[in-house]
Design a protein around this ligand. Structure first.
Ligand code: ZN
Length: 68
């Protein structure tokens, strides 16, 4: 029954690779460096929230501080 383990491993590898990519670019993985999270419902409401990962700065170092 290694199927689920294989999927989990694949997901973890993808996840860490993605975060490494953001680290290279220096942008927050949560908001892709925009500094806010834009959900479809929030666009409709015309309001944006500051990104909780980087506290609105959009930089990877701020995201790393709050997430490690
Ligand atoms: Zn962010």
């Amino acid at each position: 029954m290694g199927f689920f383990n294989a999927i989990r491993q694949w997901t973890e590898t993808r996840k860490s690779k993605r975060i490494a990519d953001f680290e290279l670019e220096g942008t927050c993985p949560n908001c892709q460096g925009r500094g806010f999270n834009m959900l479809e419902s929030e666009i409709m409401m015309g309001s944006f929230n500051d990104c909780t990962g980087c506290r609105g700065s959009g930089s990877f170092s701020d995201w790393a501080e709050t997430n490690y």
